[in-house]
Design a binder for this molecule. Structure first.
Ligand code: GDP
Length: 370
């Protein structure tokens, strides 16, 4: 029976089989530490320690809930990171229960994706309204970009103001850009400090990493969870790179008559069903091509070209991509139809629109932010 080791940094059980899962350490590295009688670190803590680089990590559902419920019992600030581009894919149901009475600071990340013309206050209002639906009233909402280093110092100031000398737990589902953001925060907190502390309670902290503010308090990074509402969940790693946009979205406008369809690669489809001639503007990732067809031919067209000209999904993963189901929207005034994780479509005039995407992927309508 193999002996079980715990990472001295984050307390997680060490495993040598699954590089993408938490606690991974290459077999050789583990052996070397044991041979030299050194402390055992998981690869994530090792890299943070030696290169000051934090890498993403995720937990399974049960472990994630266990970790979150541990936070409710703490007296701390909760820093909740969401992706402004995928609000629904960012939300955690039961968030309120898990934060308990602790203050929550909302960090709306990847703001660089929104074209400059989008009013930042409108984004903020939209997010705070959504937070309300989850029963949360954040002490503040900060729009950031980890990639482009937008508002990192403001974020650190807000964290310091609201944590009142206590710990701050950074929580978020995977892919919201939490690791990238924390790496920028680490640089601002002070590069020469030893960034991780030894886990006091190995095995119970489940991959939490402490980045000390001072002797008494830390910024604590927590692993994320893979969210089933994210479109990324249904794509191969290679395809995910195409749907996770890195650059400001470049809108593309189509003049459409009723009974016309636009495919967003092979991941989703937007039908203009009924109404006067209309403009639909697509704010979707640049790497995904848009294709126009007649609505009556669209289903057949999809069956034939999914994984081909309608990509992603790529040819190899097309068969695994879930069937598309539709939701109908009657647009009354200029509105955005948001497809979780993929962006949104601004419908400029009244009309009926149907959006097709995998069943689990949320679609909703909001007043246009432009
Ligand atoms: P984590 O899983 O939440 O820790 O997320 P990562 O930091 O690993 O980032 C997930 C993906 O989002 C990567 O493809 C990043 O390049 C991208 N990303 C991270 N931060 C930003 C950001 O501020 N803006 C944009 N556009 N993309 C980002």
């Amino acid at each position: 029976h193999e002996h079980q080791y715990a990472c001295i940094g984050c307390g997680v059980d060490i495993q040598t089989e699954e590089p993408k899962e938490i606690g991974y350490t290459p077999k050789k590295a583990l052996q070397k530490s044991l041979d030299n009688n050194e402390d055992v670190y998981c690869q994530r803590c090792f890299k943070l320690r030696h290169y000051n680089e934090l890498h993403p990590a995720s937990l399974t559902d049960d472990d994630f809930l266990r970790m979150l419920s541990g936070i409710a019992d703490k007296d701390a600030l909760v820093v909740f990171v969401i992706d402004v581009f995928d609000l629904y894919g960012s939300m955690i149901s039961g968030l309120k229960r898990f934060v308990g009475d602790n203050p929550v600071l909302f960090v709306a990340n990847k703001v660089d994706l929104y074209p400059k013309v989008v009013n930042r206050n409108k984004i903020k209002n939209w997010i705070e309204n959504q937070a309300k639906e989850y029963g949360i009233k954040p002490v503040g909402t900060i729009l950031t970009s980890g990639n482009k280093r937008v508002n990192i110092d403001q974020l650190l100031n807000a964290i310091n103001k609201h944590r009142k000398g206590k710990d701050a737990y950074v929580v978020g589902v995977t892919n919201v850009g939490k690791s990238t953001l924390i790496n920028k925060l680490i640089q601002s907190i002070g590069g020469d400090k030893e960034v991780i502390t030894t886990s006091q309670f190995p095995g119970t902290t489940l991959g939490q990493i402490h980045i000390p503010f001072d002797e008494h308090s830390s910024l604590i990074d927590t692993p994320g969870i893979i969210h089933r509402q994210q479109i990324a969940h249904y794509l191969s790693d290679k395809d995910v790179n195409a749907v996770l946009p890195q650059k400001e979205l470049q809108p593309k406008t189509f003049q459409l008559n009723a009974e016309q369809t636009i495919f967003i690669g092979g991941v989703a489809r937007v039908d203009y069903v009924e109404g006067e001639k209309n403009s639909l503007t697509f704010y979707t990732p640049q790497k995904i091509d848009l294709h126009r067809t007649k609505r009556e031919k669209a289903t057949e067209f999809y069956a034939k070209h999914k994984g081909g000209i309608l990509t992603p999904p790529s040819k190899e993963s097309a068969a695994d991509y879930p069937e598309l189901v539709k939701t109908r929207f009657t647009v009354k005034r200029k509105s955005d139809i948001v497809i979780a994780g993929l962006g949104w479509v601004t419908v400029h005039k009244p009309g009926v629109v149907e959006v097709w995407r995998p069943k689990q992927v949320n679609v909703m309508i909001r007043d246009s932010v432009i």
